[in-house]
Design a protein around this ligand. Structure first.
Ligand code: DX5
Ligand code: ZN
Length: 236
């Protein structure tokens, strides 16, 4: 939790000097070697573990649930950034807190009472995130932007790793950044899907604070080195 808190306070004081965070997506790990892959993330310069929970209803795919996340928690030494791609996420807030989520992100499209869902996550002592599908305009967050800790902009349609990055994400990052500055909020912008060494620098320059990377890290020859390279891209 420490680095995230530090990051948020630094963002407040030095809005232009903060370093972006890297969150490798465990969805792309080798589940038969989960302990090994968690240790790799621990040893790398990664800041968070990104954990994708898919229910086969909100998205066409089923990933994994509580027992696997509990196994990740057992080995992870960094904050768990949990991305819920499920319908009716309110039902599971308490359970995700109990198994170690630090940041809990729900989808805008899955929450009828988004403000209530956000307050519920915060009341359980977690940071609250809102994820948005590629077709959902960021302007819809205007009235909750001051209440949330993170916006996860989906740069692919959620459900699968290894998809192609959607370039319109750059416009969304810029618009969201302006909205966050306008609201004088500490909300972080996370980009999820198709992120790699080819676009990391441009995303950070556009205003991204957190880069999620699944296949770019785990399918690379040297994942620790790839994390280091993703971390070392700098604004121009
Ligand atoms: C997609 C998930 C992503 C995914 C990213 O629905 O939310 O977090 O794991 O994988 P890559 O980086 O391979 O696109
Ligand atoms: Zn995700």
């Amino acid at each position: 939790m420490k680095c995230e808190l530090l990051f948020v306070s630094l963002q407040h004081i030095y809005p232009k000097r903060m370093k972006h965070l890297i969150a490798p997506s465990v969805l792309a790990a080798d589940f038969a070697n989960l302990e090994r892959d968690c240790k790799m993330i621990n040893e790398s310069q990664a800041d968070w573990f990104h954990i994708d929970i898919m229910d086969g209803v909100f998205v066409p795919n089923i990933s994994f649930g509580m027992p696997v996340m509990a196994a990740i928690k057992k080995h992870a030494t960094k904050p768990l950034d949990v991305h819920l791609m499920i319908v009716d996420p309110d039902r599971y807030v308490e359970e995700f807190k109990a198994i170690g989520a630090d940041i809990l992100t729900v989808h805008y499209e899955a929450c009828t009472h988004l403000h209530r869902s956000i307050q519920n996550i915060k009341a359980h002592g977690m940071k609250a995130g809102v994820a948005m599908n590629p077709h959902t305009p960021v302007s819809l967050l205007k009235d909750v932007i001051a209440d949330i800790d993170l916006v996860c902009l989906m740069s692919v349609n959620p459900g699968f790793g290894g998809q192609k990055f959607i370039p319109n994400t750059y416009n969304k990052v810029k618009e969201l950044k302006a909205m966050i500055l306008e609201a004088n909020s500490n909300c972080l912008i996370e980009i999820d899907g198709g992120v790699g060494l080819n676009n990391a620098k441009s995303l950070v320059e556009a205003g991204a604070d957190v880069l999620v990377a699944g296949s770019a890290v785990f399918a690379s020859e040297n994942p620790i080195k790839t994390v280091q390279l993703l971390k070392s891209v700098d604004k121009a």
